[in-house]
Structure formats: C-alpha cells, structure tokens
Design a protein around this ligand. Structure first.
Ligand code: G6P
Length: 608
C-alpha cells in the first residue's frame, strides 16, 4: 500500500527510483510520481495508472536529469486516483517536495489553518498539508522544519522529502508506516521495503518511529524528533534478491504456491529437536505456558483465517480457550481480558495498521503479545514481546499463499508446545503429530502436481457469477480462505459458509449450475457435510468436493472430487488449501486478471 523510493548519489536518480518502485508494485497502487532536483529546480512528473505510464512519460527516467529524487506509488485514500492527487506534493514555490505513505489524521484542522494563512491547496489529499506546513516552518534548516511539522501532525506516515536549496541531501522520516534506508558506495536510498533497493545494496537501517534521516551522497545521519543526533547499527540483508523475482513462473502467486513445501519445512525444522517442539523465541517456560488461561488471536485477512484454524487446533490439542478477532474489531471493542491472557498477533508484513494497533492496545493493557510474523525487522516483529518468524521469505503476490501456509505451520507448532506443557498431549502423541507435520511438504508437492487437472476444471468457471464454499469446523476455516483467494484475484463473487448454517439463508441463492465447493476433511463430520451436499444438489448445485482419499461415499454425492493424502485432521487445512489456491488462481488466469496485483487491493495495508 503506497510505495516510497528515494535516491541521492552519483547515479541518475530517476531510473533508480523507477526501478525501485517497480519492485514495490506488489504493494498495490493506482498512480505514480517522481520529483527530481535537476541542479536548478525540482522537476516533477506524475501519472495515473500503472508505473509503465510514468516510465513512458519520462523515457524510463532518462528524461529527468539529476542525482537526487523521490518517487511514490499511490494507493488512493483521500481523493480519487488522479494526477493532482498523486504524489509528490509541493509547496507553491515548488522548492519543497514530499511523498507520503500513511494517513495524516488531523489534516482537516491543519488544512483550515493553512488556508487561513493564505495557502492554496490543489489536491484532495491529506499529504498536501505536509508540503505547506514544511513551507511555513522552513527558515533554511530542513531538520528544524521537519521536526516542527512532526510535532504538529497526528496519524501515520513514512515520508521522503526534498528541499531545492539543499541539493546535497534528502530526508526520510517515519511513524507507524514502514520505511528503511540503505547505503552503498554510489549513494543512499530510501524505500518502503527491502526488495526495492536490494539490487543496489544489502546494507540497510530500519528507521524507528519519529526518527529523521538525512541522506547525503556519501552517507547518512540519524536524528530524534528533538533534533538530537542518534547512532544506529546497519543490518545486512542475507536473503537472495532472486527470492523476490519470478524465476520463470508466469506469476509470483504461482511461484509462491510452489514454494509452500519449502516454506513449511523452513518454519518447522528449526523448531523440532529430538521429536519434540522447541520454540526458544517464546521465552516462556513450560510452567508459564501452562499458566496461560486464554489466548486471543488477532489478525487481518488471510492471517485471520489462519487464526480461525489455529483456534480449532489449539483448543483441540492444548485444551485452552481461544478467541479469534479481526484486528480492526479487536482494537475498538474493549475486549475482556484477564490474568493469564496471552495475545497472539499474526501478520505476513508485520506492518498491517490494525494488527499493529491491536498489539499496542494489548500491551497498553499490560498483556504480553506474541507475534507470528514473516517480514524480519518489521514493526510488529520489533514491538511484540516475543516473535516467532515464519520463514516464508519475501512474498510479492498480493494474495498470500506461502506466508499463510507458514502461519498455519507455526500455529501447529504452538499447539503441540502448549499441549505438551499443559499435559493435554503426551510425548508419544506429540511424536506422532510431528511425524505428520514433517510429511506435509511432500504431500503438498503431490497436490501441486495436480495443477493441470484443477486448471481444466477452473476453466469451466471463468464465467461464474457466484461460487460458494462450505465446510464444518476446520473445513469452515479452510472455506473462508479458499473463498477469499478466489474472489480477491478473479473478482468472482464468492462466500464461505459454515455448512450447517446454509439452511438459514444461503441455500436460497443456490440455482441450477451454481458451483458449491464442499470441504470435508474431518472424519467426525463427513456424514454431516454429505447431508449438506445433498441439500444443495437437490437445488441444482454443481458440487466440487475436497476430501480425504478414504471418504469414498463423497464420490456418489458430488460431481467432481479432489482427494487429499492422509494426515492428522488437525493439519488438513495445509493440504486442502492447495487445490483451492490453484482453483482461484486458474479462474483468475482464465479471466485474464492481473493475478499478482488485483485491483483495489494492497499487499501491506498500512492505513486503518
Ligand atoms: C492484505 C493482503 C492479505 C493479507 C492481509 C493481512 O489484505 O492482501 O493477503 O492477508 O492484508 O496482512 P498481513 O501482512 O498482516 O498478514
């Protein structure tokens, strides 16, 4: 969601900025722009639509001369996607340019004040207020102007800022929106995320809340919001830039689906020792684990769906009550928590605004928060009291697949760990569960091998209007994620229903030929789901069943069956989700959709 790239150094800035922005496209955006200082003045170009438009407008950046600049891909919040609303925004004299990711929450009173001071606004954005505020407070010292503005704005922001009369420096600052800076022998960089600058450097600094960075041609300096200089340690990025490339796959999403076996292995292997689960990052003794009385799992999107599965697995194996909340609800619902409550926040990006707010809300109430996070060094990873990383590597496609699978694996490990500590499972049972966990990667490989079969089936549903997903228990949790995958990338309307709830409304939507995807992986519930299938078939539905090999009666009642290899029912989600991801993917491909960058969506939702 919004991408920022800035550069100052010996190279021409615009091509570097465009290249960086192209690596942030996965975050989601609807317009793009750049401001470059050409030695005399700040040149600015903006364009609605794909980055390609801006590239064409500037001949790949070549037409914009100069060695320092800032660029932005915008995901519209305040004001429609338009040239005027695109970033950068400038003061009237065009001597200060700013790009922004986040939301300035008090921009309305600030805007009123600036209008009364004689400032004219040309966009509908909250960001423009920053350009005018900087202009108002700027008396020749950029750092002083920036910190004065920071003291007056509320909300979240990551900013890149240029001052025309300081041609040897650019500025970066953040609060609650992601931002990193990097340094190399031929210049310094600002970026929303590491992949944007990985081609140029592996030496990065994670900018903390309300830190200001002054980047020059040969180095950078860090300051607090009170203008005091601070020292920071760089981090060396050790993952491969290829991890963020398509490697011959048609889409990142397909590549990332194929990475799921490795992702699961990477997430579980370091935490299994001598047939038991060891999660050092928890920093909790068995005594402390068994003293936990209630878990609160909080997340958004697919991470929330992983949490719904986690509830079934943790309650089943560790017999501990689990509440699962959408972060946007949790943060405002004044949740009842008490002695022994432990909060688990789950997030791929580690930057989702609502999840981060839920974490802070929990900590403010005095509760310990465990993060299950993919992006190393992200805000949630740093602010959580303990952090369990999912080792999925960079995920680029907006629709998550491998990070979701890694989140499930992390939750299974936690459930075994809690179960052992609380004595609800013994070491033999744990060893059996661990055996099943270790088999998951090969079993997923096998299911991925069925992609052509699923593609043929998906092609029949390219024109579908509605598709329903049903299941009970964990199968309901799988349905939620299967339905989300389909709708977010293919734009086919889809809903997931607890199969037993069908009769209370949804069944009236079933017409001749409506596709119903029935997930049935829980032996205890086979018969119940079969009854629901019979009910929808009687109303004309075409039924695709995703079930276990042993559940042969399913063949008689459904029209198309995908069989799953045998695993412990608690881990069935990890297998059943594979054909559903493939199905959603191939419906979207068949429709010619932009699979990796679906309209209106963002990879990392850094605003509320
Ligand atoms: C966005 C993404 C989803 C993701 C959700 C939560 O909506 O498109 O794939 O599940 O945010 O993101 P997080 O980074 O917190 O897991």
């Amino acid at each position: 969601m919004c991408g920022i790239v800035g550069y100052i150094g010996s190279r021409q800035a615009a091509p570097v900025i465009l290249d960086g922005l192209s690596r942030l496209e996965y975050r989601g955006y609807d317009s793009a722009g750049m401001a470059v200082f050409d030695g005399q003045r700040i040149q600015m170009r903006k364009a609605v639509g794909r980055l390609k438009v801006l590239e064409n407008l500037t001949h790949g950046g070549e037409a914009m001369k100069g060695n320092m600049g800032i660029g932005h891909t915008r995901w519209a919040t305040h004001g429609a996607p338009s040239d005027a609303n695109s970033h950068p925004h400038m003061n009237a004299a065009e001597t200060i340019a700013v790009v922004h990711n986040g939301i300035i929450e008090n921009y309305i009173p600030l805007k009123k004040k600036m209008v009364s001071r004689g400032y004219t606004f040309v966009s509908e954005t909250d960001t423009e207020v920053l350009a005018h505020l900087l202009d108002y407070y700027y008396k020749g010292n950029p750092l002083e102007a920036i910190t004065k503005v920071l003291h007056r704005v509320e909300g979240s922001y990551a900013l890149g800022i240029l001052f025309a009369d300081h041609p040897d420096e650019i500025y970066a600052v953040r609060k609650d929106s992601p931002l990193i800076v990097g340094t190399s022998s031929d210049g310094c960089f600002i970026a929303s995320d590491v992949p944007a600058i990985l081609k140029y450097t592996r030496t990065v600094y994670y900018v903390e809340n309300q830190e200001v960075v002054r980047l020059g041609k040969d180095g950078m300096r860090f300051f607090s919001v009170d203008e005091e200089e601070i020292s920071k340690e760089p981090v060396t990025i050790d993952w491969d830039a290829n991890a963020a490339e398509k490697a011959g796959y048609e889409h990142f999403m397909l590549k990332e689906m194929y990475e799921q076996p490795k992702t699961i292995t990477d997430t579980i292997s370091p935490r299994i020792q001598d047939d038991t689960v060891v999660i050092d990052e928890l920093q909790m003794t068995d005594g402390e684990l068994s003293a936990v009385k209630r878990l609160h799992i909080v997340a958004c999107g697919s991470a929330y769906h992983a949490g719904v599965t986690g509830k079934y697995v943790l309650e089943g194996l560790a017999r501990i009550p689990v509440e699962v909340d959408l972060a946007s609800e949790f943060r405002y619902r004044d949740p009842l928590m008490g002695e022994g409550s432990l909060v688990i926040v789950i997030s791929q990006s580690g930057e989702t605004a609502d999840t981060l707010a839920a974490l802070r809300e929990s900590q403010a109430r005095g509760y310990k928060v465990l993060g299950i996070v993919n992006v190393v060094g992200s805000s949630i990873a740093r602010e959580a009291d303990a952090c369990m990383y999912t080792w999925a590597g960079p995920e680029i496609a907006v629709a998550t697949t491998k990070a979701y699978s890694a989140q499930l694996a992390a939750l299974y490990l936690l459930a075994i760990k809690f179960g052992l500590a609380r004595g609800t499972i013994d070491s033999d049972r744990a060893a059996g569960l661990i055996r099943d966990l270790r088999r998951l990667p090969d079993q997923i490989e096998l299911l991925l091998g069925q992609k052509e079969k699923i593609q043929r089936f998906a092609n029949r549903y390219v024109g579908a209007r509605d598709i329903f997903f049903i299941g009970r228990g964990i199968d309901y949790a799988i349905s939620l994620e299967g339905s989300l995958k389909l709708k977010e990338i293919s734009y086919v309307h889809s809903e997931a229903y607890a199969a037993g709830e069908l009769k209370h409304g949804t069944i009236s939507l079933i017409e001749d030929g409506t596709l119903v995807v029935a997930v049935s992986t829980q032996p205890k519930l086979y018969q119940k789901t079969i009854s629901n299938i019979v009910e929808v078939k009687a109303r004309g539905a075409f039924v695709m069943a995703v079930t276990n090999e042993e559940n042969k009666p399913m063949e008689k009642v459904s029209d198309y069956c995908v069989y799953l290899p045998e695993t412990n029912p608690y881990f069935a989600n990890s297998l059943a989700i594979i054909p559903l991801q493939l199905f959603g993917y191939y419906v979207a491909v068949g429709k010619g959709c932009d699979v990796d960058k679906p309209r209106n969506l963002a990879k990392s939702v850094t605003v509320e």
